[in-house]
Ligand binder design. Structure first.
Ligand code: ZN
Length: 263
């Protein structure tokens, strides 16, 4: 790539450049430079499939569809999460201004960037499959309230992107926040792919979806005998809890879509 004022630089190209390049930005994170091209990509509508899907986001599986398919969390992300936890621990233990702390900070940055790349790659693959196979995709609306229920992460003033311990069980808190961030990235990619393909993404308020029966609509905590199971106390419907939630989301999404078309 030729950059004005710098000359030719070697770049590692992650994806094919499609459409017309509208903006180019060059950023630096740590010792890594990135060139980001944003392009005007023409829409390429896909033929209708006649299939709609509800998608529930979980912690055990990255997502579960109303058809009962589980998409596991990418294992590379789990491994990175473990390493990131270790590096952040080292960072919090190192004395301010010490060489050890500087090294730990560089490692936290490196692993964070790797996590971001892995997440984006996974989001692209997963979203592509969903947009290709479905006309309508109902997903949980990402709310801020769900995220603030946990202890707030404390940004480290010395190191961008690193966080100090916040008193929460470190591993579960970290996994959870990695997961939430992943869902946000995934939704963004899904919206973009769906729009290009002429598909509809309906974002549904997810309140009670984990407790609502997909068959009879009955809502109660008692419908969840365990974290993994759904068993309706009114009509006896039993299902995998995530799948029940995905079916509930699909129903709500279809209703929303019907309302929107009627209006
Ligand atoms: Zn029921």
């Amino acid at each position: 790539m030729r950059l004005q004022g710098i000359g030719h630089v070697k770049v590692h190209q992650h994806r094919r450049v499609l459409g017309r390049v509208k903006t180019i930005s060059v950023t630096r994170e740590g010792r890594r430079w990135s060139v980001i091209l944003s392009c005007d990509v023409p829409a390429e509508p896909l033929p209708p499939t006649g299939v709609a899907v509800g998608v529930d986001v979980g912690v055990a599986a990255f997502l579960t569809t109303s058809a009962g398919e589980h998409d596991p969390n990418p294992t590379c992300l789990d491994r990175s999460a473990g390493r990131l936890g270790g590096a952040q621990r080292d960072l919090s233990r190192g004395r301010r201004g010490s060489a050890r702390r500087r090294k730990a900070a560089a490692r936290v940055g490196m692993i964070s960037r790797r996590v971001a790349r892995q997440r984006l790659d996974h989001a692209h693959k997963t979203a592509l499959g969903l947009a290709r196979d479905h006309d309508l995709i109902a997903v949980e609306k990402l709310t801020v309230t769900g995220m603030t229920r946990r202890a707030k992460p404390r940004p480290d003033p010395d190191t961008p992107r690193a966080f100090l311990p916040n008193g929460q069980a470190a591993k579960s808190g970290l996994n959870r926040s990695i997961h939430d961030a992943g869902w946000g990235v995934f939704l963004g990619v899904l919206r973009a792919k769906a729009e290009r393909a002429g598909r509809v993404v309906v974002e549904v308020n997810a309140r009670h979806t984990s407790q609502r029966c997909a068959t009879c609509d009955h809502v109660t905590e008692d419908n969840r005998p365990t974290q993994a199971e759904f068993a309706c106390v009114r009509c006896g419907h039993t299902a995998d809890a995530d799948e029940n939630a995905a079916v509930t989301l699909l129903r709500a999404g279809r209703a929303r879509q019907a309302d929107a078309q009627a209006a």
